[in-house]
Design a protein around this ligand. Structure first.
Ligand code: PLP
Length: 403
């Protein structure tokens, strides 16, 4: 069976994790701090806070930014549930918009129509690894009329004086947009280092801050480190210093710091990340070449003049099929021992969001994308032979179901 997205665990990773375990320090410590510095350098953002998942990082950010009941946050209808769940937990209301026709990202014209005086944030999602339209989004929230409509509800919100642009960069580590890397494309970006993501720490995440110059990013880093550790003004490592046991709790914080065991995996992964991206790109190109002559194949957009994907998900679509036929094709692919997936079931299809009044009919583009989409395996250890097997399995399955 060709798996969908196994992690790359080899002797290098095992050696670094072992070194962390033997070091006598396994929770947040020198490896986590180094990992944060390396991410800041790689992405070009102003400061990075490592956390235990995308989800908790975003949850803390929404709290930090003062997003609360009565506020609205705009997200695409087509994303993983985490993007919306954190907004609900913050007490705010997710406002969903439909996608572009040309790619899987949120449509800026639809975003414009969704902005109200209650809008506090826009969370763009880089689906599959292709950056959203950050320049257009930034221009939009800086328009005098949109800015004039903005009602700041916290000191930070007033200091920024406009809607904050957040990036759900769970898929896009290493992606580029006009020469800048994901992590530095929005005011704040959040990465996921979950086991299936391009770069993994088993579970983990990072918030990359890139706010305008009136914000002191050293202060933000220090405050965030407190927020992710119960509001304690000293972390466990600082407390081990001689006579430094006493601490205070400044506010009831969260608990979602990254451990040095996780960071050990991340340090190795980041060190050889270009190699990973190169392999993924080759896999994408091979799939595109493999399906080039098939009239039913709609290939995903992964390189444009402005954007280069991180090659996270190969979102193949099959023209002219129904949702049922897509499901049959997936079954036929699995019968040939190849694992595939669907990214994503749009949020209005899920019980939790149906119950909140969202209707799939309001998002025709998201439904059209979902109904005929099949995500193919992409990972560093996928061999050339595996790639050929995947291509054949898809062709066989499509021909069987369509004919
Ligand atoms: C994986 C994923 C998340 C959540 O990441 P976790 O680290 O598991 O919390 C959020 N958004 C998108 C688009 C994802 O794919």
């Amino acid at each position: 069976m060709i798996p969908f997205s196994p992690p790359r665990i080899d002797d290098k990773v095992i050696a670094e994790v072992t070194a962390a375990l033997k070091s006598g320090w396994i929770t947040t410590g020198p490896r986590t701090k180094q990992f944060e510095k390396n991410i800041t350098a790689y992405t070009g953002c102003k400061t990075t806070v490592a956390v235990n998942s995308w989800t908790m990082g975003m949850q803390v950010l929404l709290s930090y930014w003062g997003i609360k009941e009565g506020d609205e946050v705009i997200i695409p209808a087509y994303t993983y549930c985490a993007s919306a769940n954190v907004i609900v937990h913050a007490g705010a209301t997710p406002v969903m918009v439909d996608l572009n026709e040309s790619d899987f990202n949120l449509n800026v014209t639809k975003v414009r129509a969704a902005i109200t005086p209650k809008t506090k944030a826009i969370m763009a999602v880089d689906i599959g690894g292709l950056p959203a339209d950050y320049k257009e989004l930034m221009d939009l929230i800086n328009e005098p009329e949109i800015k004039g409509m903005f009602n700041g509800g916290s000191d930070f919100q007033n200091q920024l004086g406009r809607i904050i642009l957040i990036s759900d960069s769970a898929h896009s580590f290493g992606a580029e947009y006009y020469g800048d890397r994901s992590g530095s494309l929005a005011d704040v970006s959040s990465f996921s280092f979950h086991a299936v993501k391009n770069l993994t720490t088993a579970e983990g995440g990072a918030l990359c801050f890139n706010l305008p110059s009136q914000f002191d990013h050293d202060v933000i880093y220090a405050e965030m480190c407190t927020k992710i550790l119960h509001g304690q003004n000293k972390d466990a490592l600082a407390k081990t210093k001689k006579g430094n046991w006493k601490y205070d709790v400044i506010e009831p914080g969260f608990k979602c710091n990254m451990t040095d065991v996780q960071a050990a995996i991340g340090l190795v992964e980041l060190d050889r990340y270009q190699e990973n991206l190169d392999r993924r790109r080759l896999i994408f190109d091979s799939y595109s070449k493999g399906f080039e002559s098939e009239s039913w194949a709609i290939q995903p957009l992964y390189e444009t003049e402005a954007k280069t994907s991180s090659y996270h998900l190969y979102l193949l679509r099959i023209a002219g099929i129904s949702e049922n036929q897509r499901d049959e094709i997936i079954q036929e692919i699995f019968e040939q021992d190849v694992s595939v997936n669907v990214h994503f079931q749009p949020l209005p299809m899920l019980t939790a969001y149906k119950k909140r009044g969202f209707k799939m009919d309001d998002y025709p583009e998201a439904y059209a994308k979902f109904a005929n989409e099949i995500s193919l395996p992409v990972y560093f250890d996928l061999s050339d032979e595996n790639i050929a097997t995947v291509i054949n399995a898809v062709k066989n399955a499509v021909n069987k179901v369509i004919d």
